[in-house]
Design a protein around this ligand. Structure first.
Ligand code: AHR
Length: 516
């Protein structure tokens, strides 16, 4: 929980805070006896679309590739994703989903049709990665599947038949076809999104029109024993609160979750978003200013849901989020390839800390996107891969999967640049499944470190250990095939004195600690 301390408004006059503020002490109180809810592991979900090198190259190299693979899926990527315990992968889009026909992606690969990927650079879509390949990928990673079905350019029959093909245990023709294609047992499909961005690339619908479409599609969804999937309604564009209000109001009875998408653009301007690296302190600040709007966004959408769903039966899935920069020079603008720096690692952590505050509604999020696209976990170049600072933030937060959120009250110093202010850092705390207390801090300030004195109340601890992700360079990043520049290190800045935990938090860092 973050409040801001306006007493430090002095920084407004001078821009970035002077070093005199370095190591400022900040008091915090952990309320370990007042748990607020479960932080679902699905909050750490991924999104992988047929876009640029996200699937082809990133995941699928084919069985004959020289790149080590298992049934066509690269081993290095699977291992890296297993290490961060990816709980769920959303697929096949994104905008791609509302133009995707699942029948294109089943059966013998050489006979599958080649299509044009109209949304993403007009690139060829071979359909070599289809339904069976996706489930193979998810199963190798150990993740659950979250499918997005085509609403914008299709009909409920196509959705119903795909679901039957996937989930029917019977002897019907679709189940037989699945078996003929190599899969005897039904696939496990716990999550199905009905459309994607139907206010935009998913059909340019109004909220009222989509609500009706949603009702029509959901009639043919046949939720039940064979298909127990959570029905996810296509959600709003960022702060379009009216969308959530109308769709939940008109169709809430037939949904289990609704999504929302919010991207962090440093400039807030889609035609000149800002660079992924080589940026200055101005864009470092504006990136965090934009990212922290996630808190207000969740507050407003959940308030709209509360109007129609007082018992909080319907979940809110932030099923696309992350940084979106101008593409790297020399790359296809339709492929959304961007580097990923320390700034992205801290953006990820700052978002996790916000998501944890909404355990009653935010049961899943999916960062965009897993590999080679937008705020990626992994970048590939031929046989080489790089793990990004965002990947490492996900790794550091693994103990928060299915943990119990605990309030951590802290008044963070305000960081002001020009006429805008943000808290310099945000925090979170939880009791992990192992019974230990975990605390995380995302310090967004590029120059100021802080000493956080956490009053542990009745909670007893003898020692503290953890990891820190930081670097001297704001845009430190890793490159496939080159030595690793940035990775978490053992954290040695904490000590326990009686019932007070002291944490030295470096400037521009993510710190995650465990109390023993
Ligand atoms: O993640 C890239 C694109 O962003 C997705 O395809 C779309 O849903 C969103 O606009």
């Amino acid at each position: 929980m973050i409040k801001t301390l306006t007493a430090l408004a002095l920084t407004a006059a001078i821009g970035f805070a002077p070093t005199a503020f370095a190591q400022q002490k900040v008091e915090a109180t952990l309320k370990a006896d007042q748990p607020t809810g479960e932080i679902s592991r699905y909050v750490y979900g991924q999104f992988s679309e047929h876009l640029g090198a996200g699937i082809y190259e990133g995941v699928w190299v084919g069985e004959d590739s020289a790149i080590p693979n298992t049934r066509g899926i690269r081993n290095d990527v699977v291992k890296a994703l297993k290490d961060i315990k990816v709980p769920v992968i959303r697929w096949p889009g994104g905008c791609f989903a509302d133009e995707y026909h699942w029948r294109d992606g089943i059966g013998e690969r050489s006979k599958r049709p080649s299509r044009k990927n109209n949304w993403w650079g007009g690139s060829p879509e071979t359909n070599h990665f289809g339904t069976h390949e996706f489930f193979e990928f998810a199963e190798q990673v150990g993740a659950d599947a979250y499918l997005a079905v085509n609403v914008g350019s299709s009909n409920p029959t196509e959705m119903r038949e795909w679901i039957e093909y996937l989930t029917s245990p019977g002897d019907d023709t679709l189940a037989q076809e699945r078996r003929a294609n190599g899969r005897d047992e039904p696939f496990k499909v716990p999550f199905i999104g009905i459309g994607n961005e139907n206010w935009g690339c998913g059909g340019e619908m109004t909220a009222e029109y989509y609500a009706n479409e949603y009702r029509r599609f959901s009639s043919f969804f046949h939720k039940g024993k064979d298909n127990p999937a959570i029905r996810v309604a296509g959600g709003a564009n960022a702060f379009d609160i009216n969308w959530t209000d109308v769709v939940v109001g008109h169709a809430g009875r037939r949904m289990d979750a609704i999504s929302v998408h919010y991207y962090t653009l440093p400039t807030g301007n889609w035609s000149k978003k800002g660079a992924a690296r080589g940026f200055g302190e101005d864009q470092w600040f504006s990136t965090f200013h934009q990212t922290l709007r996630m808190d207000d966004l969740l507050k407003q959408h959940t308030a709209a849901m509360d109007k129609h769903d007082k018992d909080k039966r319907i979940a809110l899935y932030v099923d696309e989020w992350g940084t979106w920069y101008d593409v790297e020079e020399g790359t296809n603008p339709g492929h959304l390839y961007q580097q990923n720096t320390l700034r992205d690692g801290i953006v990820a952590a700052a978002n996790f800390n916000i998501f944890h505050e909404y355990t009653d509604r935010v049961k899943m999020t999916n960062i965009a996107q897993t590999i080679n696209v937008l705020q990626a976990m992994i970048l590939t170049d031929g046989p080489n891969i790089a793990l990004t600072p965002t990947y490492y933030a996900f790794k550091m937060y693994v103990p928060f999967h299915d943990s119990t959120h605990l309030p951590l009250e802290v008044t963070a110093p305000t960081w002001t640049v020009g006429d805008k202010s943000i808290p310099a850092f945000n925090t979170t705390a939880a009791r992990g499944k192992d019974g230990k207390i975990y605390i995380a801090v995302a310090n967004m300030h590029p120059q100021n470190g802080y000493v956080l004195n956490v009053n542990l109340g009745s909670e007893k601890a003898k020692s503290v250990s953890g990891e820190v992700l930081t670097h001297t360079q704001m845009d430190a990043h890793n490159t496939p095939g080159k030595p690793e520049v940035i990775a978490p290190k053992a954290y040695t800045g904490g000590k326990v004195k009686g019932n007070v935990l002291e944490l030295n938090i470096p400037a521009k860092s993510v710190v995650v600690v465990r109390l023993d």
